[in-house]
Write a protein that binds this ligand. Structure first.
Ligand code: UD1
Length: 331
């Protein structure tokens, strides 16, 4: 069986996709430089440690293994860091993707799935985005991903491959069976940060902005469970294998929750009242961003299984407790 190459398969989202691919009997190769991934997150797949931008290494892997499809997750993803160190993002996210695409073309890989982001949209009318909404990213992270999208479309336009670009909204939660999770140190993402507070890893949780024009004054986002997002990748791969056309699809549930609602959900799940500190707005944050996500359902036949904030939070909290237990164990 021809294998699939997953870049960044030791990271948070990549590892959940790998686990689902392996569970349905796919042969999977993972390439990861372990800059933010973990060896033990790669379950049932071969892990190659290396750089996605390494043309020689990647071309060799693709040709020797007759790789059927590439799923490209490897990227830096921290928006505030992209503002302070933009070239890191253009280098690792954009330039490396260019090299990866060149290796794919050279080796005849004809199917490509790309992890893009809602950050490509920027400020949208009414805080809602469909795939036709103009893309005006407000940070280098979003721009670095948008440039990769453009390269991929151009390469597909010359007939070299077909692709599915998945634009993730706010991904959260972990494997409900607790085998893998989100282990990123110094996390900035809301649900992980609040869960860290609930297990005592943080003293307090900050709410960045309570004066937005939203019902409770805090920012609203469309949180999607990582298992539902992973399932969308398997559907996208099937679509390309069935000779489906290239697509760009939003990945979200189509509705959102405020920061306060997230904090309350973690308080409910943990049975603890958290030390919440209200702070000014964070630079580069939007009041609201929700996906119009009908296309994901219509084009790929995807259906969410975990569209429930309490479930998302319960899985994230269970993983955080596991990490806290591990950290407390004597070495
Ligand atoms: C952003 C990107 C998203 C990217 C993600 C990864 C945009 C529009 N979205 O999501 O594409 O995948 O980063 O880094 O650029 N908040 C707090 N306290 C905290 C942390 C967050 O109040 O400690 C608030 C934020 O102000 C925001 C919401 O929680 O309103 C979600 O923030 P976060 O989880 O960081 O994700 P985004 O910035 O929405």
């Amino acid at each position: 069986m021809s294998p699939i190459l997953v870049t960044g398969g030791a990271g948070y989202i990549g590892s959940h996709v790998v686990q689902q691919l392996v569970a349905r009997g796919e042969r999977v190769l993972v390439i990861d430089n372990l800059s933010s991934g973990f060896t033990d997150a790669v379950r049932g797949a071969e892990l190659i440690i290396g750089e996605v931008g390494d043309r020689v290494l990647i071309t060799r892997i693709l040709s020797q293994n007759r790789v059927d499809a590439v799923l490209h997750f490897a990227a830096h993803t921290i928006v505030p860091e992209s503002m302070s160190d933009p070239l890191k993002y253009y280098g690792n996210n954009t330039c490396s993707t260019r090299n990866l695409l060149a290796s794919c073309v050279e080796s005849g890989v004809r199917r490509f799935l790309f992890s893009s982001t809602a950050a490509v949209y920027g400020m949208t009318p009414g805080g809602v985005a469909d795939e036709q909404t103009p893309t005006l990213p407000i940070n280098p992270y979003g721009r670095s991903k948008l440039m990769s999208e453009a390269m991929l479309r151009d390469v597909s336009a010359i007939g070299a491959m077909r692709h599915v670009i998945l634009r993730y909204f706010n991904v959260a939660g972990c494997d409900p069976l607790g085998r893998i999770g989100q282990s990123t140190p110094n996390a900035t993402l809301l649900i992980k940060a609040v869960c860290e507070c609930a297990v005592g890893k943080r003293e307090s949780i900050s709410i960045f902005g309570t004066d937005y024009d939203t019902p409770d004054g805090t920012g609203i986002r469309d949180y999607i469970h990582v298992e539902d997002l992973a399932a969308a990748h398997l559907r996208a791969l099937d679509h390309l294998r069935a000779d489906g056309e290239s697509l760009t699809l939003n990945c979200g549930y189509g509705h959102g929750y405020s920061v306060r609602e997230v904090v309350e959900a973690v308080e409910r799940a943990s049975g603890k009242s958290l030390n919440v500190i209200e702070k000014p707005r964070r630079d580069g944050d939007l009041p609201m961003l929700i996906a119009r996500a009908d296309q994901l359902r219509a084009r790929l036949g995807w259906q969410p299984a975990h569209d429930d904030l309490d479930f998302i939070v319960a899985t994230a909290l269970a993983w955080e407790r596991k990490l806290a237990d591990r950290a407390a164990q004597p070495r």
